[in-house]
Design a protein around this ligand. Structure first.
Ligand SMILES: Nc1ncnc2c1ncn2[C@@H]1O[C@H](COP(=O)(O)OP(=O)(O)O)[C@@H](O)[C@H]1O
Ligand SMILES: [Mg+2]
Length: 782
């Protein structure tokens, strides 16, 4: 009675169990023959397909002109396909895994500032779990080719993929195309056939791909399919208007249901087509009448006839012109939407929602009644439409029809190890940026631009707090001309350096960077010459020097460094005084207030402790006439610090109100040079200003902005909007939309190396974070 079972290996047993569970039909439902390691699928004897994951392309925040470029590129890409190929656009709206956020959260450090870590984490979590964010859209292009042999198919598909990408490249649209491997394809199909099951290390030699993706349970009904626990239904677009709105896909995915949208397009042979146009024109009249009759029967307006009927209905010539002049091709196409639910009533509700979105756009979705199996395969990632038995499901589509259904919305700025910068205003997703990531930013330099009160300082304080929390070793140096950072500095343990007359604080102007630590290309810098220039411009500003006097300053400076190892301005003054010339004596007298007199902040050995990891240079209380060169001395000191820290830690530099460094040509150059120079030593400078127009007046300022890949724009004034548009390449419409004079505080645009995302980052006012970032009151105002 009981037969002894032959003992199977564990793997074989598992496979046998699986097969037994599968039964014949579930596997048979999937209409493809084979899939190999490389991701090449054999659909039937004549057709092979490949899946390419498409990266998103910024669309919604780029302005009309750039949008057109995207559509045109996409249209041209579709046009590269010949009559022997088949295109499927697959858009998957999927639930985002819980753990995506886990990686972004800051771990607690067991220190008092954990209170901020927790609050920032909470902000991130709150934005992540808001309804908008539970879903993410993934998009795939599936290209199918007609070939008898796999090797030939491989070649023609590689060519097709390259050709598809070319128009985007030419149009400057940053589209990425990632060819899916066999394993990735198995996992993609499994998302629909066996949700939650991820396979790794698939052995395509010994495992049949169809076994791997066959659902364990499948029951077909004429109006739905039950796959495992899920009730699934495929709808198709039965009617749509001649000109399809471009936001159908977006509005469907915005329903926040798991959903798969497939658009199939099979190119006509254009030469045959042209010849046939005459004939089509004849048929069209009949077809049109028939369709209108059908429509009347279905209670649909007679406007909704297929795109082609309409086109041809106008004139045959117009269609010809469309094809020849506008480069349009004609395709036969199908649009399907697959939804699934826990039970039938939920499925009904979701179906109605999809129909509702369609109707609002003039698109009538209908369940693929009696063709659920074919429709399911059509929607899957195979690259073929199996609905040809039902001619109702087909529509002729022009290139433009297809291209307007572009799957692009907005890029995300989401670096997996980045810091939280707020929420994308379009998609609602969190924005995380790592300014040190060389893949995202060739140079980490950044600018924060916005009118007064737009939220610049809060944004910068927020960034520096994040830096302190996330990079415990890095140094932070702030140049704070308006005493805005004193309070946050006090709370976070900064060394606050009050650079002003009357204190006993000194920075030695004559300090030189450690030459041995300079980079090769800077070794040839004449540091003494630079000091001499600094002193010349400095004194020129207060005294207006003659050429002879400038000559004396130069000589004296060189002499001072020769006579003293670590000179100060006091030494410099002594050298000057020791010179016999009358002009030197006069100069010694007139410079004395700044060297040995009352304005002697920079005349003695540096006695400020610059070793703290967090330094704030505060110049608010310095005498007005000292401010311009004070800044240069401070910048020089900062450079020294940066050179000393290179290769040990990164130094983050925050310069608030950088317009103070753009008083004239000299100061502008000085600052722009420093900006370019510190970068090479691993420093990360951020400049903040409400006056970009002023900065752009100087060549130095223009150099600086063109070297800056990270930009944060907040609310702007009209003249600055003009500069941003004309000189910094921002799109007018985007600026108008997100940083106009009515933009809310703390909202705007972030541009990272050309990728732009509108952000918002409101700090809730009952938090410790808000308390900390809002401490902008100058506690010791005069
Ligand atoms: N992200 C934000 N969340 C909440 N309030 C903000 C935010 N940004 C700015 N504010 C509010 O606006 C005020 C002005 O911002 P601030 O950063 O000082 O502007 P700016 O430096 O551009 O002049 C702040 O004191 C604060 O009350
Ligand atoms: Mg400010």
């Amino acid at each position: 009675m009981f037969k002894k079972k032959k003992k199977l290996s564990v793997a074989a047993q598992r496979k046998a169990d699986r097969l037994a569970r599968l039964g014949y039909s579930t596997q048979d439902t999937l209409k493809f023959q084979d899939l190999n390691d490389e991701g090449l699928m054999k659909i039937d004897d004549d057709h092979y397909s490949r899946v390419y994951e498409l990266g998103d392309v910024p669309f919604e925040a780029i302005g009309a002109e750039a949008q057109q470029e995207v559509i045109v590129s996409y249209g041209e890409a579709i046009n590269t396909l010949d009559a022997k190929s088949h295109y499927q656009l697959l858009v998957v709206n999927e639930r985002v895994g819980e753990n995506a956020i886990e990686n972004l959260l800051m771990p607690m450090a067991g220190t008092p500032d954990d209170v901020y870590r927790k609050e920032i984490n909470d902000l991130m979590k709150a934005r992540f779990s808001s309804e908008d964010n539970e879903f993410q859209v993934k998009r795939y292009a599936i290209i199918t080719t007609e070939q008898k042999r796999a090797s030939a198919a491989e070649i023609s598909l590689s060519k097709a993929a390259l050709a598809f990408q070319e128009p985007f490249r030419k149009g400057g649209v940053p589209l990425t195309l990632h060819g899916l491997s066999g394993e990735e394809r198995v996992n993609l199909i499994n998302q629909f056939t066996n949700p939650g099951m991820t396979m790794s290390k698939v052995d395509f030699q010994h495992q049949n791909a169809k076994d791997l993706v066959a659902p364990s349970f499948l029951e077909l009904d004429n109006n739905q399919i039950q796959i495992n626990q899920a009730h699934t239904r495929v709808l198709y677009a039965k009617y749509y208007p001649k000109v399809l709105e471009d936001d159908l896909i977006k509005n469907l995915t915005a329903l926040n249901h798991e959903m798969v949208i497939s658009l199939h397009a099979q190119p006509y042979n254009m030469r045959d087509l042209q010849k046939k146009i005459q004939t089509i024109s004849q048929f069209n009249k009949i077809d049109r009448r028939r369709q209108q009759k059908d429509n009347a029967k279905d209670g649909v307006s007679s406007d909704f006839v297929s795109g082609l009927s309409e086109d041809i209905g106008q004139t045959t010539d117009a269609l010809k012109e469309d094809f020849s002049k506008y480069g349009q091709k004609l395709f036969t196409g199908t649009l399907t939407v697959m939804v699934s639910a826990k039970n039938k009533s939920e499925l009904r509700a979701i179906t109605d929602e999809v129909k509702g979105v369609g109707e609002a756009e003039g698109v009538f979705f209908e369940s693929a009644y009696n063709y659920q199996e074919e429709a399911f395969n059509t929607t899957l990632t195979l690259g073929w439409s199996f609905l040809n038995e039902d001619p109702d499901t087909y529509r002729d589509m022009t290139t433009l029809n297809i291209a307007t259904q572009r799957p692009f919305t907005s890029v995300e700025l989401q670096n997996p190890h980045g810091e939280f910068f707020g929420q994308n205003q379009i998609t609602g997703n969190v924005i995380t940026i790592d300014r040190k990531d060389k893949q995202d930013l060739l140079t980490p330099s950044g600018l924060v631009l916005g009118s007064s009160g737009s939220g610049k300082s809060v944004a910068v304080k927020y960034q520096l707090l994040n830096t302190l929390l996330n990079h415990p070793k890095d140094r932070i140096i702030i140049v704070d001309p308006e005493s805005e950072y004193i309070e946050i500095g006090r709370q976070l343990g900064a060394q606050i350096l009050d650079i002003s007359t009357g204190t006993n604080n000194h920075l030695n102007l004559m300090d030189l960077a450690d030459r041995t630590k300079l980079r090769e290309e800077d070794k040839k810098l004449d540091l003494i010459k630079e000091k001499s220039n600094l002193l010349t411009t400095m004194f020129d500003k207060v005294l207006t020097l003659s050429d002879a006097q400038k000559g004396v300053i130069d000589l004296v400076t060189h002499d001072t460094y020769e006579q003293y190892e670590k000179p100060t301005l006091v030494n410099w003054q002594a050298v000057l005084k020791s010179r016999p010339e009358k002009i030197a004596q006069e100069l010694a007298l007139s410079t004395s207030p700044y060297t040995v007199g009352s304005q002697d902040v920079f005349s003695y050995e540096t006695n400020l402790d610059l070793s703290n990891r967090f330094l704030i240079f505060n110049t608010k209380h310095l005498d007005e006439n000292m401010k311009p060169f004070a800044m240069q001395v401070i910048l020089d000191q900062i450079w020294k610090q940066v050179v000393a820290s290179q290769n040990i830690v990164s130094t983050w530099l925050f310069f608030d109100e950088i317009q103070v460094n753009f008083q004239d040509q000299d100061s502008a150059n000085w600052f722009a040079n420093l900006w370019a120079r510190v970068r090479k030593y691993g420093a990360i400078p951020t400049g903040i200003t409400q006056n970009i127009s002023n900065i752009m007046q100087f060549q130095g300022g223009r150099n600086l902005t063109s070297n800056t890949e990270f930009m944060m724009l907040l609310r702007q004034k009209a003249p600055d909007l003009k500069i941003l548009k004309e000189e910094l390449g921002f799109d007018e419409n985007v600026l108008d939309q997100f940083v106009n004079e009515r933009a809310e505080v703390g909202t705007g645009l972030i541009r990272v190396n050309g990728i732009m995302v509108p952000f918002k980052n409101p700090i809730p006012d009952h938090t410790r974070l808000y308390e900390l970032l809002n401490t902008d009151v100058d506690t010791d105002k005069e």
